[in-house]
Write a protein that binds this ligand. Sequence first.
Ligand code: TNX
Length: 480
Amino acid sequence: MIPALIPAPRVLAVHDGVFELTADTALSGPECHATRFLAALLRRAAGHAPPSAREGALALTLDGPADLGEEGYRLDVTAEAVRLRARTEEGLFRGVQTLRQLLPAEIESPAPLPGPWRVPCVSITDTPRFRWRGVMLDVARHFFDVAAVKRFIDRAVPYKFNILHLHLTDDQGWRLEIPSHPRLTEHGATSQVGEGDGGHFTRADFTEIVAYAAAHHMTVVPEIDLPGHTQAAMASYPHLAPEGVTPELYRGIDVGFSQLAIHNPATYDFLDAVFTELAALTPGPYLHVGGDEALQTTAEDYAAFMTRTLPLAVRHDRTVVAWQEAAAAPDLPEGTHLQYWRPTHEPVPEPLAAAASRGLPLIMSPANRAYLDMKYDDDTALGLRWAGTVGVRQSYEWDPESLVPGARVVGVEAPLWTETLTTPDDLDHMLYPRLPGLAEVAWSPAPKDWPSYVTRLRAHTARWDAAGITSYHRSPELED
Ligand code: TNX
């Protein structure tokens, strides 16, 4: 039988026989997240930590061949040993996720189970198609606390995502403590969509998230959405608003009604302070400045705003990421990543096509494929449907490189907007079963093979059950 691996590895050969893990199976590996993660996984589900040895039957080594690159790995399972090789700790970590999927579904159990813990004999050589494989969580429309964000990370890890984009600010709330501007959270974080008191991350909270992500080889990309989506900031500091606007906290789900005071120099002092503090908390190389749906902002003002704002982010030695509208800004800093989000049936806007032809990297998040907040079908209670319904097959069967001809596509990101989502179980409902398919789009070579994929996907439901993920969408594709 072909093991149900998602994302599918680049090269997989299945051999006769199995490796059986017992309480005596020793683990060796470098002192790193991958080794620790594997030991913890086995301890949790099998009930005993593997003994360590200089050369274990389970052996992780940093001696992979050069063609494995940064995140590739080679996994060889024989009846005698499991050998995982990579060039980097990150590569080992991705390989451990594959080994995890080769183990029985019960390995996902939070409490010890008797086993047996058998792994089919295989040889796998695997490298990702794209370097940016992201998930995004909107903590602004509804606030999700540190525990919920960690759980969200846990959901993404088995599928080899490496980017956690946090949408930290929007009209409905400002979610990160900025000590120089305390009212952003004292006041601007107290609302959210509908009912509820909102909430925010202290700097310690944010640091805890960054560390947890890093321990799972995920890079946090924080977003401060500008110059629209800024009602919460303006409600906290009214001088940030254009004259004549009375900023109040907002609990609705409209978009495109707010904008900062673009011609007030104090706006840029504010942004300088925010980026300085954000950069200090963010070890990763990216800062996301939003830039979407600034519907009140004239083209001229938008350009003026970005011209003053982008250098404030770049100053901290960071690569700017922005939604696709920012393609219209003049003088985008070198390497700026543009995030495509409009549905694929819309024509590619001219400025985006032009930016792509200049070689700016694109991240693909087309709403009618990659938006995890879209309803699955007409009966889905949660979610939105402005981009249509997005079923499991539709979110899987597309090619990120075919949307903008000639573009340098660096990856795929699956955003989860939370206008309608209030609990971690709501998040799970929208993530599963679509998230694994988007992982395969991002990691595995093209083209996509739906029959193979859906067979593997069905097998994964046993893993979600074992992990205690109870709220996943019972999509018709999961039935045989
Ligand atoms: C569009 S995507 C938005 C968000 C909404 C989302 C809901 C993007 C850059 N802007 O403000 O939350 O649709 O699907």
